[in-house]
Ligand binder design. Structure first.
Ligand SMILES: [Zn+2]
Length: 439
């Protein structure tokens, strides 16, 4: 199937591309040609003229947990460890599968509505894989594992997680890649991290981890003190400080490599930022989640100076409130300008790069998605600029919009139609039924 899309602006998001009127020829799920007057050379091909719109690569939400959408707005003013204690699923406290599936479907639909075409999603249950697949989006779904609760039995339990991950891979389409995510250095022992790194390297599976999200993480790994240590003790898990920083723990276990996507990376030394950048690991900046949970501010400029592979992520709706990527982009721009007292700290163009090509690089998918050029998968969106006033900067104009402004969403060249209202009603009904059953 062949279609040519035409728009007033085409943003390829390639380093040398600037916005200009253009056309994108999509054939069999791939981008065949990007340029001008393609339709004149091929008048027999169907042409869709998007008019006053910007055609650009779909957004990449490089760190999410769609299954936690049901926990949106449930807890306010909690620091990360208190939040994890209240919100997090864990052994003996996992909602039933129908509820998780409905929650993940709503999360995926909201992401799709917001112009996201690819997710890097960490899923405790694994159910997110089918929810994202059914929504028509692309994604890497990392089956989460909490190694510390595995105790001495970790090898057998890890083998079970791997079998489940492989089953998920077989049961989903080729838009979905299954990876593994040991949650953090304080919820996974070093033995589990080592096993994970070895297995993922051997099987060429992607990995994800939360790293250096709060100061408390460092206190925990270095000395076994602080609020994370207290929380772990309360849950009955042992506390084994290594004397190392969280990054050193990861690195000594062999997890620091090109194959891993590291969410947050807020509390790191300059040397550690350089080390991560040189390793080729992906780095996912989650500005709203870090702000709402009082975690801190990501050093965007330092990662940029080191040419790191940085993408943008919402984290879950339970810590960012809305799975709205336009809000995430605007918040990132405002945050870094305010924090550095420098309006030039990050431009709207750089924010859009984080949201597209940066996310693709961070997830190791930049050969497939992230920019518009021949041979790439046809994952793209069109943002309506009909209400923009003359003279607006195109990048600023795009990030000023909202999910309602999106007039085209394609993944593999196929239209995606997010069912936000339907999914919301479905989840609401299940949650209300659960409340009634409790009474
Ligand atoms: Zn997360």
């Amino acid at each position: 199937m062949s279609i040519i899309y035409s728009a007033e602006y085409v943003l390829t998001m390639e380093s040398d591309g600037s916005p200009k009127p253009g056309q994108v020829w999509v054939e069999d799920g791939l981008i065949r040609e990007v340029g001008q007057a393609i339709s004149k050379k091929h008048p027999h091909l169907p042409l869709i003229d998007l008019g006053e719109a910007a055609l650009l690569p779909g957004f990449v939400n490089a760190h999410s947990h769609v299954e936690y959408t049901m926990s949106r707005g449930h807890h306010d003013s909690l620091n990360l460890w208190e939040w994890l204690n209240r919100v997090g699923f864990r052994r003996g406290r996992v909602p039933d599968a129908d509820l998780i599936a409905a929650s993940a479907r709503l999360g995926a639909a909201e992401c799709a509505y917001s112009g996201i075409t690819c997710l890097g999603d960490c899923s405790f249950s694994g159910i997110a894989a089918s929810a994202i697949d059914e929504s028509g989006l692309r994604g890497i779904v990392y089956k989460e594992l909490f190694g510390q609760s595995m105790g001495l039995d970790y090898e057998r339990q890890f083998a079970n997680v791997l079998v489940e991950a492989q089953r998920l891979q077989r049961s989903t389409s080729d838009r979905i890649t299954i990876g593994l995510s040991p949650h953090t250095v304080y919820t996974s022992s070093i033995e589990v991290l080592e096993l994970c790194a070895k297995t993922c390297t051997h099987l060429d599976m992607p990995m994800a981890m939360h790293l250096a999200e709060t100061c408390a993480e460092q206190e925990y790994t270095r000395s076994g003190t602080g609020p994370i240590a207290d929380w772990r003790r309360q849950l009955g898990y042992e506390v084994n400080p290594s004397g190392l920083t969280p990054l050193e723990v990861m690195r000594s276990a062999g997890v620091l490599c090109e194959n891993v996507a590291l969410a947050h990376c807020v509390h790191l030394s300059d040397d550690e930022i350089e080390m991560i950048s040189q390793s080729g690991a992906g780095v996912i900046h989650c500005p709203r989640s870090n702000a709402y949970l009082g975690a801190g501010i990501f050093s965007y400029n330092k990662f940029k100076q080191n040419d790191a592979n940085v993408g943008l992520g919402t984290d879950s709706a339970a810590s960012c409130l809305r799975l709205d990527f336009f809000e995430e982009m605007r918040f990132a721009a405002a945050l870094h300008r305010a924090a550095s007292q420098d309006a030039a700290a990050i431009s709207a163009k750089q924010v859009l790069e984080l949201a597209t090509v940066g996310g693709a690089k961070a997830l190791g998918l930049s050969k497939k998605i992230g920019c518009l050029k021949p041979g790439m998968r046809a994952d793209m969106i069109a943002v309506d600029l009909g209400e923009s006033l003359p003279g607006e900067d195109i990048y600023l104009s795009i990030i000023s919009k909202s999910p309602d402004s999106i007039k085209l969403r394609l993944v593999d060249g196929k239209p995606v139609s997010p069912r936000v209202e339907h999914s919301n009603n479905d989840l609401k009904r299940l949650m209300e039924r659960g409340e009634l059953e409790k009474q």
